[in-house]
Write a protein that binds this ligand. Structure first.
Ligand code: ZN
Length: 213
């Protein structure tokens, strides 16, 4: 899974991520803002506030600002709080106004969280919300839309992502007969049934068809 890194300068570790960390769970946030992931991270690493987070995710990309082996200040539970000292923080962008780009950002976040859980051998119980640590109503829009719904999105990705488990080397049932025919007639070579057809491949198939007559 592609992650863009724009990591905070080590000269700012004392402000943004002073402690080394062995992370134990994931903490989900909403930005309550309408900025892109790249802009959220750029702003976070530029300012000198004791506010920080590991990843921001929008509808297009995942941007990392703090290394995973450092803590971040995001959970509002103090200098020794479990959220701040053990949590991998993920900000979902565009939650202020919501809409389609927030929907897409949540989807990408669910994918990324599932990927992280798999990477660490963790279950869905390792996914927490900011609210669990400080009582703040965050991730606000994700909570409005349903926390269990979001967990279900992550769980679906964990379990293989719905119908992506279909075999890419087998034609769909509705196409099987035609696929076998085209293969037998030598029009298609019988590989890659799910790939799109290019114009040049189409030209080759047309030529084979005409020349058979
Ligand atoms: Zn939060």
């Amino acid at each position: 899974m592609k992650v863009v890194q724009n990591l905070v300068s080590p000269s700012k570790y004392s402000i943004k991520c002073p402690y080394s960390m062995a992370l134990e769970f994931i903490v989900v946030h909403n930005t309550a803002n309408d900025a892109s992931a790249a802009n959220e991270v750029a702003y976070m690493i530029r300012n000198n506030n004791q506010v920080s987070f590991h990843y921001a995710i929008d509808d297009k990309e995942i941007v990392q600002g703090i290394p995973e082996n450092r803590n971040a200040w995001h959970a509002g539970d103090g200098g020794n709080g479990r959220g701040n000292r053990k949590g991998l923080s993920i900000e979902i962008c565009y939650s202020k106004s919501g809409g389609q780009r927030f929907i897409e950002a949540e989807k990408l976040a669910a994918k990324f969280i599932a990927y992280k859980l798999k990477e660490k051998g963790w279950g869905i119980d390792r996914v927490k919300k900011h609210q669990d640590f400080s009582g703040k109503y965050c991730p606000h829009r994700t909570l409005d839309m349903g926390w269990q719904r979001f967990l279900d999105m992550v769980q679906k990705e964990l379990s293989g992502g719905g119908n992506v488990t279909q075999d890419k080397n087998q034609p769909s049932s509705w196409a099987k007969e035609a696929w076998e025919w085209a293969k037998k007639e030598g029009l298609l070579d019988g590989t890659r049934p799910k790939d799109p057809l290019t114009r040049e491949e189409f030209a080759v198939v047309l030529k084979r068809l005409v020349e058979k007559k």
